[in-house]
Design a protein around this ligand. Structure first.
Ligand SMILES: [Zn+2]
Length: 83
């Protein structure tokens, strides 16, 4: 029950970029049509610095569906895909 590394925000998400430990600001929602059903959304988290890099990575593959801020993403009702 004791958490030795008590951080002020225990669930603060960090950037998905390799080696990056920065706090995530953006959520990149993506879908690989070969692996996922169309309504499925995988998410990557990105800091300000890596948002463009990660969205390009997904974008060139045609996987990228949406880029929203983390707070906006969390405010979304679950399962609301908008189409
Ligand atoms: Zn980053």
């Amino acid at each position: 029950m004791i958490n030795p590394e008590s951080s002020p925000t225990p669930t603060s998400p960090i950037c998905s970029a390799k080696g990056c430990r920065a706090a995530a600001v953006w959520v990149l929602a993506w879908n690989n049509p070969k692996l996922h059903t169309p309504e499925r959304r995988k998410t990557w988290l990105a800091c300000e610095e890596h948002r463009e890099h990660l969205s390009q990575f997904l974008g060139v593959r045609g996987f990228l569906k949406d880029v929203v801020t983390l707070s906006e993403w969390e405010a979304r009702p679950e399962g609301a895909e908008g189409r």
